[in-house]
Design a protein around this ligand. Structure first.
Ligand code: WTA
Length: 720
């Protein structure tokens, strides 16, 4: 066996051109799983799937994956239209399942899937599941911030609630194609509002309720919503956040700038704030509870074209202004449902909990649409994962018998610190935060948002999952709509920290082993790299869940994503591939940083800092952070004559909080008499990154700087 396996894997890594159908008999004699596992026995951590799990999985083996993958890339139209047929379509799509141009040299970038097909995603999430007998199944278990405060909705009840709101929106003039801004915390009303918009063909734009009023203004000015939906306040942990005040300030500001919003539908969250205590503008504000329950629970569906917009979601890029990522209906529906099903090995008996907020893409695709399209029971959690103590997540897992648990590495790291490390020596109870609950319902764990380092992966796997549950480390983006790379649980061995292999649908395959070519990894010149390599992660062909444009700015869409490497969509991420074909994300290669899984553009933080009257110049870089993954590190030059002081530092941080939101606050302000610039005035961020991470012996060549002396000054001020 060893010789055979060696032989086999060598062929594999030599990128043999062996056609799939002539695949060596040897490969059939021993599964690839065994081969890889064997090969890696002594040169790296590897986790072999449990046989029992694999046997019951949708994709039980690597061979089965390859078979499906091969079909998906050789016949994308057939593969995806077969899956799409499982949904309800009022009218089937035209002859052409998809059309695309991802090559900027050939003209306008264009992606379309299922064009001409008429459907409705809300109908597919609710009515269709009810029609198939699941009306009394729980759709949402809602867990409030305070333990003991909870609620639930069956599919029937959820449909009633959605219809009532949809009718209210219609009565107030919201029509197909209009946009609606939703600024809500994780109440059940958030997914309800999204689904209500979708039901009537309105385009929702959810703004994460941690964004400041200025960020809200920016989004209101960009998409000009008919209505804003919010609530008066929310409790998160021990804090009460007055959301209505933030919205009031935003609506005032946007009306000054020429966009007046006539209706602000406000949910009264009385546990956080009494109605009477809420500031109110009679002619504009309406309490949700006063009007929505009066509306009919029946609301006809607006059938929309597969390519009609479903939602806008603003995300950060490397320049200042947030980008309105636009997703359409049909392809997004098919893609989120399919990725959810396979990546979590979803079965109807599962109870699924994703800790993300619906203000981010993860909450769109994998709190709301993906799971509901599959008829799943979803836990929606309002609170903070460490309140009232760091064991809250495991309390919730046991309370609802959660089987699929999907979260971000930052949460894993924060709980790991509280639960199982040095502090255990001081207080044994920290360890019991995890072990005080059985967690035995768990079946599959998931991770998203940033690379999960092998140590956290191991803790997640061994401690949380009792070495029993496969981890789906899902790589994707706001732009991709759904998972692009992820392990399929049970299908192949896992290497802690690797997102493993591409999801179905990356086209370009002529032989078994060339699967490693897609997703494409390219060098600086855009040449595709093969086998073991490291480079920029690009995608060559469209997939149903892809975003279609940046709202109102096709040009920015094309230049940001399609011109760096003509012929490809460029993700902005670096990636390497090891000798076994496993993929490892290495982080953003542009000026975007990832703080606790939240995507923040350094340029946005810089503009917030320079808006401070005493800031002359600012440069922001990301540095590694034990819990947050990365944190924001800002170099600030105050204006002439202003002294460095603790007060100034605080008010600079406050400036970022008010212009963007608390989650973007810099961890460190480093005083800078000057910034390292080239003679042409360009800031050399490479040097700033090294100073920020105190890698002072790796500063490299500083002789090209206009004034190399600034580097010494910065080093002197490092801890001041
Ligand atoms: C990063 C979140 C490594 C990546 C869904 C990407 C990841 C950015 C992973 C998108 C992962 C997401 N491993 N990195 N499993 N998942 N990322 O748009 O840098 O908020 O480009 O979407 O998060 O962030 P976004």
């Amino acid at each position: 066996l060893p010789a055979m396996v060696n032989n086999l894997t060598t062929t594999h890594h030599l990128k043999s051109t062996l056609p799939y159908n002539k695949l060596s008999k040897k490969l059939k004699a021993v599964t690839l799983q065994e081969a890889i596992a064997f090969k890696n026995d002594d040169d790296g951590d590897i986790v072999i799937p449990n046989q029992e799990f694999s046997q019951q999985a949708h994709v039980p083996s690597f061979e089965k994956y390859l078979e499906m993958y091969k079909r998906s890339v050789e016949d994308p139209a057939g593969f995806w239209s077969e899956i799409a047929s499982e949904f309800y379509w009022k009218k089937k799509w035209g002859d052409q399942v998809y059309s695309e141009n991802l090559d900027i040299r050939k003209g306008k970038i264009n992606i379309e899937w299922f064009k001409g097909g008429m459907t409705n995603i809300c109908y597919n999430c609710l009515d269709k599941n009810i029609d198939s007998g699941n009306g009394e199944k729980i759709a949402i278990h809602w867990e409030g911030n305070e333990p003991g405060l909870d609620g639930s909705l069956t599919y029937n009840q959820l449909l009633d609630r959605v219809c009532q709101l949809a009718n209210y929106l219609k009565e107030n003039g919201v029509k197909k194609g209009d946009s609606v801004i939703i600024y809500l915390p994780m109440l059940m009303e958030l997914p309800i509002a999204m689904l209500a918009c979708a039901r009537i063909g309105a385009v929702h734009s959810v703004v994460f309720a941690g964004f400041s009023s200025e960020s809200l203004v920016q989004r209101i000015m960009d998409c000009k919503p008919k209505i804003v939906i919010t609530c008066n306040a929310v409790r998160r942990g021990t804090k009460v956040i007055n959301l209505k005040d933030i919205v009031d300030a935003a609506l005032l500001e946007s009306s000054k700038e020429g966009t007046s919003i006539g209706l602000c539908l406000t949910y009264a969250n009385e546990l956080a704030m009494k109605k009477e205590a809420t500031k109110w503008q009679k002619e504009r504000d309406v309490w949700w509870q006063d009007v929505v329950p009066e509306c009919s629970t029946k609301c006809d569906v607006e059938w929309v074209d597969a390519e009609d917009p479903l939602f806008l979601l603003y995300t950060s890029g490397s320049t200042g202004k947030p980008k309105g990522v636009l997703h359409t209906t049909g392809g997004y529906m098919v893609y989120t449902a399919t990725t959810f099903k396979y990546a979590f090995d979803y079965k109807p008996s599962d109870i699924y909990w994703c800790t993300a907020d619906c203000g981010w893409i993860t909450g769109h695709s994998y709190v709301s649409y993906g799971p509901l399209l599959n008829g799943a029971t979803v836990v929606v959690f309002e609170g903070a994962p460490n309140y009232p103590d760091p064991g809250r997540c495991w309390d919730i897992v046991d309370k609802y018998k959660v089987t699929l648990f999907y979260t971000a590495p930052t949460l894993v790291r924060s709980l790991m610190r509280d639960g199982n490390e040095a502090r255990i020596l001081f207080d044994l109870s920290f360890f019991f935060y995890v072990t005080r609950r059985s967690r035995k319902s768990l079946r599959v764990l998931g991770s998203v948002g940033e690379p999960i380092n092998p140590k956290s992966w191991r803790w997640f796997y061994d401690v949380v999952g009792d070495s029993r549950c496969p981890i789906s480390d899902t790589w994707w983006q706001t732009e991709t709509g759904g998972f692009m790379m992820t392990p399929l649980p049970g299908a192949w061995p896992q290497k802690p920290g690797s997102t493993t292999f591409p999801f179905f649908g990356f086209r370009y395959i002529s032989c078994l082993l060339s699967y490693v070519k897609c997703p494409a990894i390219v060098d600086e010149k855009g040449k595709e790299l093969e086998g073991e390599c490291s480079g920029y992660l690009c995608i060559k062909h469209s997939w149903p869940g892809a975003f279609r444009t940046l709202y109102g700015d096709q040009e920015r869409y094309e230049t940001t994503y399609f011109s760096a490497f003509p012929g490809y969509y460029f993700s902005g991420d670096g990636c390497s591939r090891d000798k076994d074909g496993y993929h490892w994300l290495t982080g953003r290669v542009d000026d975007v940083i990832n703080v606790s899984g939240h995507r923040i553009g350094t340029a946005e933080v810089e503009s917030a800092l320079v808006l401070h009257p005493q800031c002359a110049e600012a440069a922001v870089v990301g540095v590694e952070h034990e819990v947050k993954g990365q944190c924001i590190y800002a170099f600030v030059t105050p204006i002439e004559g202003v002294e460095y002081s603790e007060d100034l530092r605080k008010s600079l941080v406050l400036s970022v909080r008010t212009h963007i939101g608390a989650f973007a606050a810099p961890e460190k302000i480093h005083w800078a008499p000057g910034l390292p610039k080239t003679r042409s005035g360009k800031i050399m961020r490479r040097i700033l990154r090294k100073i920020a991470s105190r890698q002072l012996d790796e500063l490299g060549d500083t002789s090209t700087l206009a004034d190399p002396h600034v580097v010494d000054q910065l080093i002197d001020l490092a801890d001041k």
